[in-house]
Design a protein around this ligand. Structure first.
Ligand SMILES: [Fe+2]
Length: 205
């Protein structure tokens, strides 16, 4: 990522860019440019993955089926709302640091590390495994980014990552994994969990 301040650029005469993605402008918040740049970059990865998880919850809210339809339809939408709040908080922290928050679906699709689900409708067990997989990825990167922010003195970013992003994701994992009791994950039965895990790993659109 270039350490470049904002420039005014014309694109095909259609408008001006006042700041390039991947840069941070000055902010009088007593944090070095390189600290704000590094933390904005980490936050943008977490933002892209959180937006993908948010949308995964809405997909599953619409497409869920089976005897647990009613409870999961409601639970998935509750988690969608909580992830949407995290998206806004993370994006606004990036802007606070002087960065540019990733925003549009195409850019998010190119950036996210969450595996792309198929367009088709999946079995509820596969839906739940897919959500847990995305949560764990985000929890890992959030802990790493929180440790880095603590080490480089960015207490505000550390607080957001620990108090909001990490805690909400861990809490949601509890609610989702309890739905899978008996399916091989919550009860530690690795053999029983293999079919769903395989379905998550290999799918066709
Ligand atoms: Fe709905």
């Amino acid at each position: 990522m270039k350490q470049e301040q904002s420039k005014i650029t014309t694109i095909n005469g259609l408008g001006t860019i006042i700041q390039k993605y991947g840069t941070v402008i000055s902010r009088p918040i007593s944090l070095d440019h390189k600290v704000r740049l590094a933390n904005a970059e980490s936050l943008n990865q977490i933002l892209a993955d959180t937006m993908t998880l948010r949308d995964l919850y809405k997909k599953h809210h619409w497409q869920v089926s089976g005897p647990t339809f009613y409870q999961l339809h409601l639970l998935f939408d509750k988690h969608f709302g909580e992830q949407a709040e995290l998206v806004d908080a993370i994006a606004e922290r990036i802007q606070t640091l002087g960065g540019v928050a990733i925003a549009m679906a195409g850019d998010v699709a190119e950036t996210t590390l969450v595996a792309r689900p198929p367009r088709c409708r999946e079995d509820v067990t596969v839906q739940l495994f897919r959500l847990l997989q995305a949560h764990e990825l985000i929890i890992d990167e959030t802990r790493n980014a929180a440790h880095a922010a603590a080490a480089n003195g960015d207490d505000g970013t550390n607080d957001l990552l620990v108090s909001n992003v990490l805690r909400v994701n861990e809490f949601e994992v509890w609610w989702i994994s309890e739905q899978l009791t008996g399916a091989g994950l919550a009860d530690g039965n690795i053999e029983a969990s293999k079919p769903a895990a395989k379905a998550v790993a290999t799918h066709s659109r």
